[in-house]
Design a protein around this ligand. Structure first.
Ligand code: UDP
Length: 494
């Protein structure tokens, strides 16, 4: 095939693991299906996934990373601090966000140089709608959460069912939903609760979807078809469900281990040996994603809750730079768990895909980040839902009220991940209660486990040849190829 005839798609991820990981996986899927792919990102972010890109390129796929310089000096950050997850304080986070904002110009220049046929850009890059219009090419909006959460955002933004309630904890029902979903004001993001500077930042992001060619979802038809339908009929824009992308593209263990890997795990064998020594489905995996930082008081309650539950667990603890001194509690706890062999702590970053797929893992405590949900579901695991911020409270409702594969721990307040909350500490008794239900042998647990396994099977089938997500990806690529062709014809005729 001549180079110029090959469809060229440029991907621009947003630098936070929960957004970047699925977009990189999706870009790799496009390349594996014959598309010429360019990913635009900064150096330190590229280093977390470049291994996979090199491996795909060496296997003959047309994929590359185009690096741009993060303006570290201009925003006053040390080199290499380029990802939202490095925002350990509001000040640093502000500087990282400013740096990301400043990348608009160099990215737009690259668009002009590269002359792609289409751009797939993260929802957070709303400005790319105009950039694509200037180039006369389609912009695909990449939404990194569920249809359910996107519908909830749009409906709550439009109908404001939370206005005029007597208190922050009074329940309201999300209007227009096929299921009766109740929430409180405290559970929705603060920028939606009342107008603020953050509202002016987020609203255009959600509105930009309507001005895009369509939206790409890391979800699958069999999982939330009611909301896929609702989204299309109410927003009136095209969407494609091509998930779960992670299991589709990271098939072998090496790929799973490499994904999003920022540091070498000298101890990999240790956690694996520990898991290997456990009975099937006996271990609870506890993780709050890549951003959440918990107050020390909350870590203490989790530690006691897990210990008191009497179950085996692997717990991923992100080092909290602020209270290094208080970590001695966790170090003592880690030592005690080593002796009792009941628990294993992974500091900072866990090879999550490998742990979830291990036969000893029987359930997960999750903050309801969409990627973690899809990955658990793919492994056929039921979940304890402990949402923290952003879309996670909507995802909790999907898990608990619609899919019925989650036990709510009872989280009440949606708070930005880096505003460590000391008031809203979940008590150890609540944690034990949820763990008992999830990991116990009661009817509720058995039924949840069965439903999770069924969804896990559907997740595997949908990405196989002939499956729903598989066909959708092929159709989307074909559609983009036809657009390219008709554009070329237009140019010839005029
Ligand atoms: N992740 C991981 N190891 C960790 C923490 C996170 O591999 O220790 C991955 C996880 O598998 C998921 C992503 O990072 O793919 C986190 O995305 P999610 O949507 O679950 O939550 P977020 O981090 O955006 O809150």
């Amino acid at each position: 095939m001549m180079e110029s005839q090959q469809l060229h798609v440029v991907f621009v991820p947003f630098p936070t693991p929960g957004h970047m990981l699925p977009m990189i996986d999706t870009a790799r899927l496009f390349a594996k299906h014959g598309v010429n792919v360019t990913i635009i990102t900064t150096h330190s972010n590229a280093s977390t996934f470049q291994k996979s890109i090199d491996s795909d390129f060496n296997s003959g796929y047309s994929i590359k990373t185009q690096l741009i310089q993060f303006p570290s000096a201009q925003v006053g950050l040390p080199d290499g601090v380029e990802n939202i997850k490095d925002g350990t304080s509001r000040e640093i986070l502000g500087k990282i966000s400013r740096g990301i904002w400043m990348l608009q110009n160099p990215i737009e220049i690259l668009f002009k140089d590269l002359q792609p046929d289409c751009i797939v850009t993260d929802m957070m890059h709303a400005w790319t709608v105009e950039a694509a219009a200037k180039l006369g090419i389609p912009r695909i909006h990449y939404y990194s959460s569920s249809y359910f959460s996107n519908c909830a955002y749009h409906f709550i933004m439009k109908y404001r069912p939370h206005d005029g309630l007597v208190s922050d904890t009074q329940k309201f029902t999300i209007p227009g939903f096929p299921h009766s979903i109740e929430m409180t004001r405290l559970q929705i993001p603060d920028w939606l609760r009342e107008k603020s500077a953050a509202t002016a930042y987020f609203e255009p992001i959600y509105q930009s979807e309507k001005r895009s060619y369509g939206t790409l979802y890391n979800s699958f038809h069999e999982l939330e078809s009611d909301y896929e339908k609702l989204n299309r009929s109410t927003l009136g824009i095209k969407s494609w469900s091509v998930g779960p992308v992670s299991s589709w593209v990271n098939k072998d263990d090496e790929k799973k281990a490499n994904r999003g890997h920022m540091e070498e795990h000298g101890k990999e064998a240790e956690w694996l040996n520990w898991l290997n020594s456990k009975e099937n489905e006996s271990v609870l995996y506890v993780s709050f994603g890549s951003l959440t930082r918990l107050a020390h008081a909350q870590l203490v309650e989790i530690a006691h809750g897990l210990e008191n539950s009497g179950r085996n667990f692997i717990w991923v603890v992100r080092k909290n730079d602020r209270d290094e001194g208080e970590n001695s509690f966790l170090q003592d706890f880690e030592q005690r768990m080593k002796e009792s062999k009941k628990g294993y702590i992974i500091w900072n970053w866990a090879p999550q895909l490998l742990i979830l797929d291990h036969p000893a893992t029987g359930g997960i405590v999750t903050h309801c980040g969409w990627n973690s949900i899809l990955e658990s579901l793919n492994a056929g695991l039921p979940m304890i839902a402990w949402p923290m911020f952003a879309d996670q409270f909507y995802n909790e409702k999907l898990l608990v009220d619609v899919l019925k594969i989650g036990v709510p721990v009872g989280a009440k307040e949606n708070k930005l991940w880096n505003s460590v909350s000391v008031e809203a500490v979940m008590k150890r008794e609540e944690i034990v209660k949820a763990v008992d239900i999830l990991m116990g042998s009661g009817q509720e647990s058995i039924e949840m486990r069965m439903r999770a396994k069924k969804l896990g099977d559907a997740a595997k089938r949908t990405i196989e040849e002939g499956g729903h997500s598989y066909n959708t990806l092929i159709q989307l690529i074909d559609e983009l190829k036809s657009l390219k062709k008709s554009k070329a014809l237009d140019v010839k005729v005029n």
